[in-house]
Ligand binder design. Structure first.
Ligand code: NAD
Length: 249
């Protein structure tokens, strides 16, 4: 019996490459029921149907997770299915390569909204019930760009992910004494379609920068998430788990 047996989870950005693997690994680790969300127009319903056809208790919802009220409505609607939420994983994110001087405020808004406001809205909705039960684990998605600044032109993305880190640490200070752990995972270059916006040369350079000589896989990130979500990390809160192949030592 793993430490995730019988738990419930909510995962945003769950139609994406890493999000899908996070959901799979959470279920494999014992999570019993999951609500998974992604933006309208994503494949979230298909992803949920696929998992359900394999016997998993999963429901998929299409919404902008940065919309706090929509997120609250979704969770209220799923209430009888999901019950109290044990684990919240905010995978939702969006990355664009654009020189800051060539970017416009609408692009900054999108970056801040998809990467930071999604996590804030979901935490704001889920935390009251976690606090009531004095139990829960939240995992937010940062990025090496948010820790060190973006190597490629993506200052607004880096600012948003830096915000995720500051938010995670601050929230951990606020709610860890109430029984809820809040951590972030910070992926290095992971071989997903999102990374394909970088040129083949840039991807090879990113792989070369790691000490293990390869890009990461979604599974490398998902196993870190399972660790942070589970009781295995019971003494870990307010931390940023770097999963980057040692690329920034
Ligand atoms: N791939 C990498 O190399 C890498 C590196 C560092 C950090 N990350 C982070 O890991 C996470 C997953 O990345 P990925 O590579 O799987 O990218 P992805 O684009 O495949 O997945 C991100 C998902 O988030 C969803 N999303 C975006 N805005 C949303 C919103 N407002 N509401 C709900 N869902 C929303 C997208 O539709 C998408 O399905 C992201 O937060 C990303 O920033 C990825």
């Amino acid at each position: 019996m793993t430490s995730m047996q019988g738990r419930t989870a909510v995962v945003t950005g769950a139609a994406g490459a890493i999000g899908q693997e996070v959901v799979r690994q959470l279920l494999a680790a014992g999570v019993e029921r999951a609500v998974i969300a992604d933006i309208p127009g994503s494949s979230i319903e298909t992803v949920a149907e696929g998992l359900a056809s394999e016997g998993a208790q999963v429901r998929g919802y299409a919404l902008d997770a940065a919309d706090r009220d929509a997120f609250a409505q979704m969770l209220a609607g799923a209430g009888s299915f999901i019950g109290p939420v044990d684990v919240l994983v905010n995978v939702a994110g969006y990355w664009q390569i654009v020189d800051f001087v060539d970017s416009d405020p609408a692009q900054w808004d999108r970056m801040i909204s998809a990467n930071l406001l999604t996590a804030m809205a979901a935490c704001h909705v889920v935390l009251p019930q976690m606090i009531e039960r004095a139990s829960g684990s939240i995992v937010n998605f940062a990025s090496t760009a948010g820790e060190y600044g973006s190597i490629r032109a993506s200052a607004a993305y880096a600012a948003a992910k830096g915000g995720v880190i500051a938010f995670t640490k601050s929230l951990a200070r606020e709610v860890s004494p109430l029984g809820i752990r809040v951590n972030a995972i910070s992926p290095g270059p992971i071989d997903t379609p999102a990374l394909k916006v970088a040129s083949a040369q840039a991807r090879q350079q990113a792989a070369n920068r790691t000490l293990v000589g390869r890009l990461g896989e979604p599974a490398d990130i998902a196993s870190g998430v399972v660790y942070l979500a589970s009781d295995a990390s019971g003494f870990v809160t307010g931390t940023v788990l770097q999963v980057n192949g040692g690329s920034l030592l």
